[in-house]
Design a protein around this ligand. Structure first.
Ligand SMILES: [Zn+2]
Length: 354
């Protein structure tokens, strides 16, 4: 039932990191600007990650619905919490990995605050969930993430997702000289969408959507999602709040309280996440907070805006199971690009949801 956001693919990168194997959907020909744009986006991730895996994606370029810049659908696997934590520990390489793993809750079950479930009659006030529900004992990993964590065989043939861009929008396919006014940064948006498929995603969006529509489980219309029908993502291990009434906690709530990225159990509060389309700030929770220049996983983009990876994006990918191409990210070059993005954002007038 998970629906991700948007994007694409093609062949592979020559760099040492993950290889992206693209199956061409409609509207793309090898060597055209869309194909090359997807490959540039893939090369960005391959340049900052070092996992020796092949990510299999289908990419398309076609007419989508009105106002839809692109759409991404990803493969997800529900894995036991114990298995995910064991895989993270076995895959740990960076200092951030060590910090993150040492602050995870005990293997087997997670407690967190949550709301808008059927268990609490679609309540608004967060409550503490713990014990043996499915969402306490299981974790959702994306197909690509499962490869990085060694949870599927290296030659696992299943697709990891599909990314389609709308051919109805004006795109600038060459970010090297800035992005033309009136056009969207194709390589940047593609990088963003691939980021979702690599695991930058939150289950909070499921509870938010289902609590709002009360119609997302076909056999049980009129109810919110139950705690036995969904589970947190690995990124959600690192989603914290301090003001739920239960102290500093992992937080799966959809509401407008602040949710922070933290790799040390909430002791150090990092960048803010968005917190829900319907019950939160109006943005999907599978993103950084909007318009703060935190990273390429910002939820929106404006025409003329150059979208760049930042240390925050790379750090998040690191702790959710990917390995870094260099011992630590955060070069001054990356930070410089981030600052440039902030300047661009101040001038934006219209933003599109990614
Ligand atoms: Zn997105």
């Amino acid at each position: 039932m998970r629906v991700l956001f948007a994007l694409l693919l093609t062949t592979q990168s020559a760099l040492a990191g993950p290889i992206f194997s693209f199956t061409l959907g409609g509207g793309i020909t090898v060597g055209d600007q869309v194909y090359n744009g997807f490959n540039q986006a893939a090369a960005r991730w391959s340049s900052v990650l070092s996992d020796n895996v092949t990510v299999r994606l289908t990419i398309g370029y076609k007419s989508l619905g009105s106002g839809i810049l692109g759409s991404t659908t990803g493969a997800f696997y529900d894995v036991s919490d114990s298995a995910v934590k064991a895989a993270l520990a076995a895959d740990a390489k960076s200092a951030d990995d060590a910090t993150a793993i040492s602050h995870l809750q005990s293997a087997g079950s997670n407690s967190f605050v949550i709301n808008h479930t059927n268990n609490c009659a679609n309540c608004t006030t967060p409550y503490l969930s713990s014990g043996s529900n499915f969402d306490n004992t299981h974790v959702a990993v994306t197909g690509a993430q499962a490869r990085a964590l060694g949870l599927v065989p290296a030659n696992f043939a299943a697709s990891d997702g599909e990314i389609d861009f709308s051919s109805n929008f004006s795109f600038d396919f060459d970010p090297s000289n800035g992005i033309s006014s009136g056009a969207f940064d194709f390589v940047g948006v593609a990088t963003h969408e691939i980021g979702h498929l690599l695991g930058f995603v939150s289950t909070v969006d499921d509870y938010d959507f289902c609590g709002h529509t009360l119609n997302c489980v076909s056999s049980r219309s009129g109810t919110a999602l139950s705690e036995n029908e969904d589970d947190p993502t690995v990124l959600d291990y690192f989603r914290f709040s301090t003001d739920s009434g239960f102290g500093t906690r992992m937080d799966q709530s959809s509401d407008n309280r602040s949710k922070y990225f933290s790799i040390d159990g909430g002791t150090t509060l990092g960048p803010l996440f968005s917190n829900g389309t319907y019950f939160g700030d109006g943005r999907q929770a599978s993103h950084w907070k909007d318009n703060l220049g935190i990273g390429i996983m910002d939820p929106t983009a404006a025409p003329g805006e150059l979208l760049a990876l930042t240390r925050n994006d790379i750090r998040a990918l690191d702790v959710i199971g990917w390995d870094l191409a260099t011992p630590e990210p955060g070069t001054t070059g990356l930070l410089g690009v981030g600052l440039m993005t902030v300047v661009v954002r101040l001038r934006r007038t219209r933003r599109n949801v990614l």
